[in-house]
Design a protein around this ligand. Structure first.
Ligand code: ADP
Ligand code: MG
Length: 582
């Protein structure tokens, strides 16, 4: 086989310019041979006889004249049983020791097989020999963790094929042939449990895309009730450094109603990714009581890895998410932080000397971000099953300024916005999602009219609070003061949630409906008090009792008892006419 070659003629950071002899394809993989290592790169621009390739590794030592080998493939990942519980780098190198040793990264130029070749999986055939097969068609299953992992016909199958051979039940490795397909011209294709797929191309082996309708319950009240996320939907969590983006994503991966969680971790600060890797294996999956890692795949990059690897990691993660969607599962992809990825785009664009857009980000930033989030979605598969990929990305704008290009480009395409506020995190009001700035296009688990009234109280309460800074409490009418206290009450007992309390930390949808129902009753109640102190005293007691309620198991007697007590407290102040004392 004659391999296409080239020579390095220029080096600019992670970008090498290569002069080639024959032809080169956009996005194809190339290896730069330097010293005794071969470093993986991706062709990102072809001009005449020159190709620019981004190297996914440290480029030190690369010299003009070094040989470049072009591979006839796009940057791809391996898909098959064995992905769950793995920690990979952006190029899908498994980092097995990393969870224990933390800080272990592969030596430069060493690439490992993503799926173990020696593990045997117990295959049960389900398809019928002699029947037609199409891309993504189900051939059989193997157990993987708590799931039945579907072994599927290759996603790139174009013409109609017939299943001519299928392995009998038994134990096979991902490299063993388990089926043979044949097309109309009699051409045969051997199928294993593993297939490769180019990361920048969405997997589309489904019948139709559906509109997101069902909610992805996260058990976080501020999200599910106020700013919901739909299965197959998208959302964005921008927030300044330290406002709680990473903690929020961890809570979501633990409690959200998803089968599988894929995490693309691009560290914000040094050590952050290492923390994620250390923490995840010890997080308990509330569903199984076992390690959360068993239904998680982590793709990680540390800040010490070359920026190009971050770009790869985002695509690797979404491709793995799409793969499990093809099995009819609900997958949640969390990318933390997408700003790091955007910075990588900016660096590469700068080296390519492209015409810069706003803040030196490439002009195509928006379309790159949009096409990433477009890979989310809920789909109907060939056999009628439905699967989904939900994407949540954090953004870390410098100085917490949401006007910057990455936040703005993301907000144009996502379905929900959970903006974290520095003021809230400073006040330790967690989760620090700003109830006045955030929004969602998806429908809530509570009635829309009651929700609108609650949001209205929050907005008015905030206005009163601002006004009181000027006119003080004496200058505030009783009606306004009560509105302010009501807003503080909703915040204290509903928006804020104690992540460390086993009950309060995760509120199921049914419980949110009940608690929100009571709280709506409080907000709708016209109440009057003799004095502001009396009003404050009442809301203090109500807040304390509601907090106790939040910590009681829903099935317990205590839960019912506190509910009765709350109803009584509310009845005591109910029905009084509001008297303005401004
Ligand atoms: P970011 O990723 O936005 O930089 P982190 O998620 O790392 O911020 O959060 C910073 C710190 O804030 C955490 O280490 C933790 O002490 C605190 N924190 C954030 N969210 C919560 C929460 N929901 N409950 C309690 N503490 C939190
Ligand atoms: Mg973080």
């Amino acid at each position: 086989m004659s391999q296409r070659k080239g020579r390095v003629v220029g080096i600019n950071g992670n970008l090498v310019t290569v002069e080639f002899d024959e032809s080169v394809r956009q996005n194809e993989v190339a290896y730069v041979a330097t010293g005794d290592v071969r470093l993986i790169a991706e062709v990102i621009r072809v001009r005449g006889r020159y190709a620019d390739a981004q190297v996914f590794e440290d480029t030190s030592g690369i010299k003009v004249g070094d040989r470049v080998d072009f591979e006839d493939q796009l940057l791809s990942v391996e898909l098959g049983p064995g992905l769950l519980a793995k920690v990979y780098d952006g190029l899908q190198n498994p980092l097995p020791e990393i969870a224990e040793q933390c800080g272990f990264f592969l030596p430069r130029g060493l690439y490992l097989e993503a799926l173990p070749r020696d593990v045997k999986w117990t295959f049960t055939p389900t398809a019928e020999v002699g029947r037609p097969v199409r891309a993504g068609g189900r051939l059989g299953t193997v157990p993987e963790g708590i799931f039945e992992h579907w072994v599927m016909a290759p996603f790139d199958l174009e013409a109609r094929h017939e299943l001519v051979e299928l392995a009998p039940a038994g134990d096979y490795t991902v490299a063993d042939e388990i089926a043979v397909l044949q097309d109309g011209e009699g051409r045969r294709r051997s199928v294993t449990m593993m297939q490769r797929w180019p990361v920048k191309r969405p997997i589309r082996a489904y019948d139709e895309r559906l509109g997101p309708s069902e909610q992805l319950v996260t058990k976080m009240r501020l999200i599910d009730t106020f700013f919901p996320v739909a299965k197959g939907g998208t959302y964005c969590i921008p927030g300044p450094f330290g406002a709680g983006k990473t903690v929020l994503q961890q809570l979501t991966s633990r409690h959200a109603d998803a089968d599988i969680v894929v995490i693309a971790a691009c560290g914000e600060r040094a050590g952050e990714v290492v923390e994620t890797l250390r923490e995840f294996p010890v997080l308990v999956d509330p569903r199984t009581g076992r390690s959360l890692m068993e239904r998680t795949v982590i793709i990680c990059n540390t800040s010490s890895m070359p920026v190009a690897a971050r770009e790869a990691s985002v695509y690797t993660a979404v491709t793995i998410a799409e793969y499990y969607r093809q099995m009819g599962l609900n997958v949640l992809l969390l990318a933390d932080s997408t700003s790091r990825w955007a910075q990588a785009l900016r660096e590469v664009s700068g080296r390519l000397e492209e015409i810069p857009g706003e803040e030196a980000f490439p002009a195509y930033l928006e379309s790159v971000i949009a096409s990433f989030y477009e890979r989310a979605g809920i789909v109907r598969l060939g056999d009628g099953d439905v699967g989904s990929v939900t994407i949540g990305g954090t953004v870390s704008p410098a100085g917490g300024d949401f006007e910057e290009p990455v936040t703005q480009s993301t907000l144009k395409v996502v379905g929900a916005f959970h903006g974290l506020s520095r003021a809230r995190s400073d006040a330790r009001r967690y989760p620090a999602i700003d109830p006045l700035e955030s929004w969602s296009k998806y429908s809530s688990i509570v009635p829309a009219d009651a929700l609108a009234r609650a949001k209205d109280v929050l907005a008015k309460g905030h206005e009163v609070q601002e006004m009181m800074k000027v006119v003080e409490e004496e200058g505030t009418s009783m009606a306004d003061f009560v509105t302010y206290l009501k807003a503080e009450y909703v915040d204290a007992v509903y928006l804020q949630q104690d992540a460390f309390d086993p009950v309060d930390g995760a509120t199921p949808a049914e419980r949110q409906r009940e608690v929100f129902g009571f709280i709506s009753g409080v907000l709708d109640e016209r109440m009057d008090f003799e004095s502001k102190d009396e009003a404050r005293g009442f809301f203090q007691r109500l807040t304390q009792t509601t907090r106790d309620w939040n910590r009681a198991e829903m099935e317990s007697e205590e839960f019912a008892r506190i509910r009765t007590r709350l109803d009584e407290m509310l009845a005591e102040v109910a029905g009084k006419e509001v008297v303005s004392r401004a």
